[in-house]
Design a protein around this ligand. Structure first.
Ligand code: ZN
Length: 307
């Protein structure tokens, strides 16, 4: 069983309405590949590309919610919309849970009602920024490197209240630390270890430790340039290096995977699409106990769901 905390299939389905989620060659994550790897929960991020004009971003987000239900959940009887641990444990062996998440609060502008609407539609995790600044905080590439805004604090209070994950992936370092002070359910859905690969999207050891202290989760991504400084040579074993590092910091029950499939142009060797999980599982089984492998692949994220 696998719980993958991040993919960008919805964006691709939104950009090209002719794609089929079942088996499109243009998608890294398809229903066929998820069935092949015995996936149990796949998170689907609503990500509105930055070039979309501000005034239609929320509409774009709603269109992605619509595609999620029309082209993924309603079309296939073995895909079920999940919003809680109870929903996930109710899944039959051949059923896959589809979870809705948001990547970047650009879609809500400065409007808390828009956020609450998305949460009521079933968004279970909210990434505060993409790489630039927005009304909530600064992203990892924003030179200014500012922290959370007052509105950002209100966003997190809302997430705490409605028991949803606050996703710190993509945040500036300052914003990360501001978030850690108030978020009750922090995760980094798709980030790796900075010590092994110094990229601004990765987490420093102190950040990894802070997430662990807050009983949060880190989803290791398969993004070549977050895995290795020699991104062209990134491969399955690099994921293992990052995993081992998080474990060495005490994170063996706070680490899982958030592939970022369909959000990346290039892929790591052996992880060309969701079926690459088979290669990762093979390597995990060589190094870790059955219990550990199950925790990394599925249980850690599952157990840390806020509801
Ligand atoms: Zn991302």
């Amino acid at each position: 069983m696998i719980f993958d905390a991040h993919c960008d299939v919805l964006m691709k389905l939104w950009l090209n309405r002719t794609l089929s989620f079942y088996d499109s060659k243009e998608l890294h994550v398809t229903l066929q590949s998820l069935m092949n790897i015995n996936s149990k929960v796949q998170c689907f991020a609503i990500y509105v590309p930055e070039r979309v004009p501000e005034e239609i971003r929320f509409t774009a987000a709603l269109e992605m919610v619509d595609l999620f239900f029309e082209k993924i959940v309603a079309r296939f009887p073995n895909v079920k919309f999940v919003q809680s641990k109870a929903d996930i444990s109710a899944l039959a062996d051949d059923e896959i849970g589809a979870m809705l998440t948001l990547e970047g609060c650009e879609a809500i502008g400065t409007n808390l009602i828009k956020l609450k609407t998305l949460l009521r539609l079933g968004v279970m995790s909210v990434g505060l920024t993409w790489n630039w600044a927005n009304a909530v905080a600064d992203g990892a590439w924003e030179k200014r490197g500012a922290g959370l805004t007052q509105f950002g604090k209100e966003v997190i209070q809302q997430l705490n209240e409605m028991k949803r994950w606050t996703d710190v992936s993509h945040l500036s370092e300052k914003a990360f630390w501001d978030v850690m002070e108030i978020a009750q359910f922090p995760i980094a859905s798709h980030s790796n270890a900075y010590l092994l690969c110094p990229h601004p999207r990765n987490l420093r050891d102190e950040q990894i430790q802070a997430i662990i202290r807050k009983n949060g989760m880190i989803g290791l991504s398969f993004v070549p340039y977050f895995l290795s400084e020699n991104a062209e040579q990134a491969a399955v074993l690099d994921v293992l290096r990052h995993l081992e590092h998080v474990c060495s910091l005490g994170g063996s029950r706070h680490v899982g995977f958030g592939s970022d499939f369909d959000g990346i142009e290039t892929t790591a060797a052996g992880l060309e699409n969701a079926r690459g999980y088979e290669n990762l599982i093979n390597e995990l089984q060589k190094r870790y106990s059955e219990t550990d492998v199950e925790q990394f692949l599925f249980r850690n994220f599952y157990e840390h769901l806020p509801q």
